[in-house]
Write a new protein. Structure first.
Lengths: 287, 282
């Protein structure tokens, strides 16, 4: 059984007005235990709307969200369970820090779950280590931290609830390359060590290629394609039609093909592009 | 070709109140008329601080910044400087003031006391240049991020500034929005000869510039054409910056005995060099 699934979700904003937008038009998806799924699509494709359905912040006009097989809107208890088990971290989450210390901010979620003081403490300590910050940070004010640090604290606040599914809306937006790589590594490590499912939205196809097991492409409120990174990125021309960028390396391969160099496969990292080109040139044995 | 110097940082130190270290540390840097300059650097390298010192949003702790001949430390120069240099910031939602697009673009020239007909003309021209003329009667909050940033850019053009400084204007945008903003900026430089100073994290934007400046520890550590600057790939990686992917691929091929001779910065250059390699390997 999938840990989280959505079945034929339909939802519209500003219904019946000329501004009707961002709607979902029949989305069905299954998320499996332990996988990292990247959700991509241009602005207005319905990605963020979908995320807000996954933990019950929005309720679809029709269709269901199932957490471990139970409709999250079937009872108050089911919805409460969903809020704690599907942790949603919004875009620019650092704007939502509000407590006087980092400790209190991370403890906010677990506290609301009604956990004991000791349990809360142990969760705060493990969450701060997951996001790669030392325990010294716990007594600092979140407002004295750098942007990248604040973002990690905000993510720690969601992780501390130990959700079965962690959802991140554009977690790397606005970070420099170093901060971005550190955050992507954090996502991967967290997924490895806890076995939790991670769903993240990104505009950066290189980021997606480096961490995702599976890619779901949204377009006009529907799932346009879903598959492994290789399967999706090999459809470079189709992605471009949807207004998405393919990774620069994939683009080089598409252009080589147009120029008569058919390397027989697609590549999305420098490493696999190098290997494919060396093979093409008959130097494959050397690697 | 000798170019007119428009902005000069002379030995500039800068420290924010209640910070323990300098954000800028003996910065010497010049900007020239009509040039499109990209400034790269990781978070904390001082690049945003540098941008704020250009038009007197902050003043040097020591040293001086001369913008179009005006010393930014002298308070009475503030207005002439702001008429020469306009700024656009990262968050598109923080810099729109009016409820209709064309009113927002008119806000700057209105404050300068420009006559009504002239404002009309400037607003239309600015909106056409950034390709937002069709949206002139729209409400800004319904626009996409890329559209909002282009409205902000139009607002600066309508003031007829000579130079525009942008601090990571595309950081919050999707790829389509990023392309739209970049195209608008290239047009400002090419059609109007406006000097553009773009602070960014994106290498694909930097390769389109005339000149790239890399900042680290409050200083300029590399300065030159994109090809020159990106040839220092080890140094760039060391200070936490990436190099363009086509170049990274070429370097990795070279390490494995496939030498494309030159260093490609873009996909087109890579394809061209690869073709040459195949043709000559006979």
């Amino acid at each position: 059984m999938s840990v989280l699934s959505v079945d034929n979700l339909i939802y519209g904003y500003s219904k019946g007005t000329p501004f009707e937008t961002g709607a979902l038009r029949g989305v069905s998806l299954d998320f499996e235990q332990g996988e990292i799924v990247a959700l991509i699509g241009h602005t207005g494709s319905g990605k963020s709307t979908l995320l807000q359905h996954l933990n019950g912040l929005l309720k679809a006009d029709s269709g269901k969200v199932l957490l471990e097989g139970v409709d999250i809107h079937s009872s108050k208890e089911a919805l409460r369970k969903c809020r704690f088990n599907v942790g949603l971290c919004f875009q620019y989450p650092e704007q939502q820090l509000f407590e006087s210390t980092v400790y209190k901010d991370i403890a906010f979620g677990p506290k609301n779950m009604g956990l004991s003081e000791e349990e809360i403490k142990s969760r705060v300590y493990s969450a701060i280590s997951y996001v790669g910050l030392s325990e010294e940070y716990l007594q600092k004010s979140p407002f004295d931290l750098s942007g990248g640090e604040k973002r990690r604290v905000a993510i720690a606040g969601v992780i501390a609830m130990e959700p079965k599914v962690l959802i991140l809306d554009e977690p790397t937006a606005g970070l420099d390359p170093m901060g971005k790589n550190a955050l992507l590594k954090l996502i991967k490590d967290y997924n490895h060590s806890t076995g939790s499912t991670v769903i993240f939205v990104s505009h950066n196809m290189d980021d997606v290629a480096s961490v995702a097991d599976r890619v779901v492409v949204m377009n006009k409120g529907q799932v346009a394609i879903s598959g492994t990174v290789e399967q999706v990125y090999s459809k470079g021309e189709f992605l471009a039609e949807l207004g998405l960028d393919v990774p620069e390396i994939t683009n080089i391969f598409l252009e080589l093909k147009k120029n008569g160099f058919d390397l027989g496969e697609t590549a999305y990292t420098v490493e696999n592009a190098k290997n494919a080109i060396l093979r093409f040139l008959g130097k494959g044995e050397e690697i | 070709m000798s170019m007119n110097k428009i902005i000069e940082f002379k030995n500039v130190d800068f420290r924010y109140a209640d910070e323990e270290s300098d954000a800028l540390n003996g910065l010497n840097l010049e900007f020239y008329e009509g040039q499109f300059t990209c400034v790269l650097g990781h978070n904390g390298s001082g690049k945003s601080t540098m941008a704020k010192l250009i038009n007197a949003l902050e003043y040097p702790t020591s040293g001086s910044v001369i913008t179009y001949g005006y010393d930014t430390s002298d308070e009475k120069n503030e207005i002439p400087i702001r008429r020469k240099v306009g700024m656009v910031f990262q968050n598109p939602d923080n810099q729109i003031v009016a409820t209709i697009v064309e009113d927002d673009v008119a806000f700057g020239p209105e404050n300068l006391g420009v006559p009504r007909e002239e404002i009309r003309r400037r607003v239309d021209e600015a909106l056409r240049l950034v390709d937002m003329y069709d949206y002139r009667k729209h409400e800004p909050h319904r626009l996409s991020g890329g559209q909002k940033q282009r409205v902000a850019i139009a607002g600066v053009i309508a003031m007829q500034t000579n130079c525009i400084v942008l601090d990571e204007p595309t950081a919050m945008l999707d790829p389509k929005g990023r392309r739209e903003v970049m195209n608008a900026l290239l047009k400002l430089k090419n059609d109007l000869g406006i000097s553009v100073i773009l602070v960014t994290h994106f290498m694909d934007e930097a390769v389109k510039a005339d000149r790239v400046v890399v900042m680290n520890d409050g200083k300029a550590c590399l300065d030159g054409s994109p090809a020159e600057v990106f040839s220092h790939s080890a140094l760039l990686k060391n200070i936490g910056l990436a190099v363009p992917k086509p170049m990274e691929l070429a370097v990795s091929l070279k390490e494995n005995g496939v030498d494309l001779k030159e260093t490609p910065l873009t996909t087109e250059e890579f394809i061209k060099l690869f073709k040459n390699y195949i043709d000559n390997r006979g």
